[in-house]
Design a protein around this ligand. Structure first.
Ligand code: NAP
Length: 461
């Protein structure tokens, strides 16, 4: 019955075009910005404030009354006041009975209070219908009209009709309401604006740590070692040569780290013989930030491409080529073309180009606008099959680049191998284990486990 009537209301054309008055408690930054936007969208706005004196800051078409007077003029009251001042609402409980109270508040810290602000409000005014909304939109964004950060407004509440009324206002303001369910979701919604790139923390910290490690590693091998043993000053390597070693090394390691948790998860499932036991927390968290790890890896790969394009115009490189030519001329001896080297160099470049192309393709398909338009199978094909192919190509690119130096003692300085040799460890482990997992004797039970089969069922029928 209720549902039908609300549907009819939604479908019926609004002949009068008149919107219902909205009351806003609080004439602070957010109350004013929201009021301004509402007036622009055709809503009559009345403010409930401790001071009813006119102020040039308040939108001029809005009325300013006492809290009690303002509340009587509207069915929806937006509480644009900090949580710590909510106590003033208790004496107004009778007037607020049956009204829709919209809690827009945020906190200063994640999980600052044991209960959410919206639940606290519902407790203070038990007769009101509390809805949480608008807390992820900033006063500045509302006022400037740019709303660049996000047009999404998370809405939750226990009363469906009240929630619907608030969602209609959200739509009328040109925003997108996202129904998050009951008031139990309020705490999570209140935490959203306080989060700072939660999924990016681990990838960024890891890449910063690895960058610092490989920077000092290359500094020791490529700058300090030649200085100590050959008295050569290669300190200018810090500008391009060392970054161009670190970038491909990190791109490859991080790409391999995108696929390593999947391989570990498969081993754990095979060992346990069931998929119905939770993975360790660290593995769960690692799996959740694989996209971010991949995007950081792509950023390093792109920098490697840029640095590599610069190589021909580097003064050091031009000096080295010309001195080789001069030495050939002085010795009156032309070095013949080494076809093996030519093959290696061309294959290395070709593998790099193909690997980078697929890397970019993976990055593009991880964009929400693209991933929203492919089905699960297509997404899995790109991210898993093409992802592994990218890893194979990039690993092969690195192997071909330095394969001939692996056994050469001169490439170990102070017993330290080339940085690219270290970069091959994780990708090679991932590829070898993945290759083993493809064998039918492992792949078949794994597929069955992932379809729900258990080696030792916990609950027998
Ligand atoms: P504000 O500028 O400090 O304004 C708060 C308003 O609350 C004051 O202007 C005042 O209005 C009223 N107030 C203060 N002390 C009071 C008391 N003891 N009793 C009753 N009313 C009192 O804060 P704001 O930035 O507008 O934020 C208001 C709410 O919106 C907060 O809960 C905040 O978390 C939330 N929010 C803000 C933003 C933002 O970008 N600013 C974004 C999302 C959500 P009167 O003088 O008219 O009484």
């Amino acid at each position: 019955m209720n549902k039908n009537s609300s549907n009819t209301m939604a479908l019926a054309p609004n002949t009068s075009n008149k919107r219902e008055t909205v009351c806003i408690f609080g004439t602070g930054d957010f109350g004013r910005a929201l009021g301004h936007k509402m007036i622009q969208s055709g809503y009559p706005v009345v403010y409930g404030s401790r001071s009813t004196q006119a102020s040039s800051l308040i939108p001029k078409d809005a009325e300013v009354l006492s809290h009690a007077e303002a509340a009587q003029k509207a069915a929806i009251i937006i509480i644009a006041i900090q949580r710590q001042h909510y106590n003033f609402l208790t004496p107004l409980a009778e007037i607020l009975h049956g009204k829709v109270l919209v809690d827009v508040s945020n906190n200063l810290k994640i999980n600052q209070y044991p209960d959410s602000n919206a639940e606290h409000l519902a407790e203070l005014v038990p007769g009101a219908k509390v809805v949480k909304a608008f807390n992820t939109v900033s006063a500045w964004a509302l006022q400037s009209g740019t709303l660049d950060a996000s047009r999404q407004v998370f809405v939750c509440g226990n009363d469906t009709e009240a929630k619907q009324m608030v969602m209609d206002i959200v739509r009328a303001l040109g925003l997108t309401p996202l129904d998050q369910g009951s008031l139990l979701a309020a705490q999570e919604i209140e935490n959203y604006p306080l989060q700072l790139f939660p999924m990016w923390k681990f990838p960024i910290l890891l890449s910063l740590g690895l960058t610092a490690f490989f920077f000092f590693y290359c500094l020791i091998r490529d700058v300090i070692y030649p200085y100590v043993y050959e008295n050569k000053d290669f300190s200018f390597f810090i500008a391009i040569s060392i970054p161009n070693r670190i970038c491909p090394v990190l791109a490859l390691i991080l790409l391999a780290l995108v696929y390593l948790p999947g391989v570990l998860a498969a081993i754990i499932q095979l060992y346990r013989g069931t998929k119905y036991r939770r993975f360790p927390d660290w593995l769960d968290k690692w799996m959740l930030c694989r996209k971010q790890l991949g995007l950081v890896a792509l950023a390093f790969a792109s920098l490697h491409v840029l640095y590599t394009l610069l190589i021909p115009i580097r003064s050091f490189v031009r000096w080295r080529i010309s001195s080789q030519i001069i030495s050939q001329a002085q010795n009156n001896k032309t070095e013949p073309l080494n076809t093996t080297n030519a093959w290696l160099s061309d294959s290395y470049l070709a593998l790099g180009i193909l690997g980078f192309f697929l890397f970019v393709l993976l990055g593009i398909t991880s964009l929400p606008s693209v991933s929203n338009n492919v089905n699960w199978r297509e997404f899995r094909f790109v991210q898993s099959k093409l992802g592994y192919l990218t890893l194979v190509l990039c690993t092969a690119h690195t192997l071909v680049y330095g394969g001939k130096w692996f056994l050469s003692p001169s490439s170990y300085r102070w017993y330290l191998p080339h940085a690219y040799m270290l970069s091959l460890i994780v990708p090679c482990i991932v590829l070898v284990v993945k290759f083993v997992l493809i064998f039918p004797c492992l792949d078949k039970p794994l597929t069955r486990i992932r379809q729900g089969w258990e080696r030792n069922p916990q609950y027998s029928e």
